[in-house]
Design a protein around this ligand. Structure first.
Ligand SMILES: C[S@@+](CC[C@H](N)C(=O)[O-])C[C@H]1O[C@@H](n2cnc3c(N)ncnc32)[C@H](O)[C@@H]1O
Length: 328
């Protein structure tokens, strides 16, 4: 089996520089899908004028944003500074969303620091025109525990609405079989048990998602080089419930391009933005690869495999720095 992993690109400026030469977009550029369904742009999402230029008069039925948390993964910002920054792109979202539309935001809560920035964020949202609808928790098992605190396995996802958007909940059942019995109700004169009344023998998705697997290196959808990828199943669930075929979805923080891919799979149109050319390129390549092979990621490989194999200097660097052998 071949094994061409790639370390976290964000933590290695030398690797990032090597790979940037293979990126189609530089800051300010956008990529138009030859099939006309998606756009991927290299922009700062907090710059409303660039967003406006990118989208023109397009309105979106769904926005799914996964901002860089001001903890662990990105340079630390003071949490009020972080939330002020969030306010800018939240206001932009309101302007570009359809009169009946949904907004989802993935957010962290730092348990070592009073759950920042979560409390400030939800208070900031209270000042906007969005209506709060649900606070979803996705189980996010990272595979390691702790002896001194509860194992951190949650990922917060906030759901807000503008107007009265669609909510196709009948489309999303989990894989969990219904097991609770004993709720009887009379239907047409007959006493029926809750399982026989149901449309499915599986549980419908609620606001605690325990049936979705965190992305890690052994998953087919894993994109080596990325590090904060959301599971396809989560994006599919959001898109199924809160949009219809041919609707438009926007994501201000593309990274590995999960939203674009889920939109493609479910026949929605999408626009995704990332400030880094490298993540825009990865998002484009992920869509192209999906269309060619039906695969969601690069398990045992990476998006730049071909270029790495041809670039002696880069190969040497990865061998010496990470002991990657590139032997097939
Ligand atoms: C948490 S990741 C998103 C992960 C994504 N949901 C996925 O499944 O791969 C956040 C991304 O936001 C990008 N980013 C950070 N600041 C940005 C900004 N001002 N405008 C656009 N993108 C930004 C980062 O480069 C990073 O790729």
């Amino acid at each position: 089996m071949k094994n061409f992993p790639l370390p976290r690109i964000d933590q290695d400026p030398i690797l990032k520089k090597y790979l940037t030469q293979y990126c189609r977009l530089k800051f300010g550029d956008s990529w138009q899908d030859p099939e006309g369904k998606h756009k991927i742009a290299c922009l700062d999402s907090s710059d409303f004028n660039s967003i406006k230029n990118l989208i023109g008069s397009q309105k979106f039925q769904l926005a799914v944003h996964d901002p860089p948390y001001n903890m662990i993964a990105f340079d630390e910002m003071d949490s009020s500074e972080f939330v002020n920054w969030c306010k800018i792109w939240i206001e932009s979202s309101y302007k570009i969303l359809d009169e009946n539309s949904s907004l989802y935001i993935w957010l962290g809560a730092d348990q070592k620091n009073h759950f920042e920035p979560f409390p400030e964020f939800i208070l900031m949202m209270k000042e906007t025109e969005f209506k709060s609808r649900s606070f979803i928790t996705m189980r996010n098992q990272r595979g390691y525990g702790t002896q001194k605190n509860w194992m951190a396995v949650r990922q917060e996802l906030l759901y807000y609405t503008k107007g009265t958007p669609k909510f196709n909940i009948e489309k999303v059942y989990t894989d969990i079989p219904k097991s609770v019995k004993g709720y009887y109700k009379e239907v047409n004169g007959n006493l029926t048990e809750n399982i026989e009344r149901s449309k499915s023998d599986k549980i419908r998705a609620g606001n605690v998602w325990i049936d979705i697997q965190q992305v890690f290196h052994l998953r087919e959808e894993n994109v080596n080089g990325c590090f904060v990828q959301k599971p396809m199943k989560a994006l599919e669930r959001i898109i199924e419930v809160s949009s219809n075929e041919n609707d438009w979805v926007i994501d201000f923080f593309a990274h590995s391009g999960t939203t674009t891919l889920a939109a493609e799979k479910l026949k929605r149109n999408s626009i995704s933005v990332d400030i880094e050319p490298i993540y825009c390129e990865i998002s484009i390549r992920r869509l192209e690869r999906y269309r060619k092979t039906g695969k969601f990621g690069w398990q045992n490989s990476n998006p730049f495999e071909e270029e790495i194999l041809e670039n002696k200097e880069l190969k040497k660097y990865l061998k010496s720095e990470y002991k990657i052998s590139f032997d097939v």
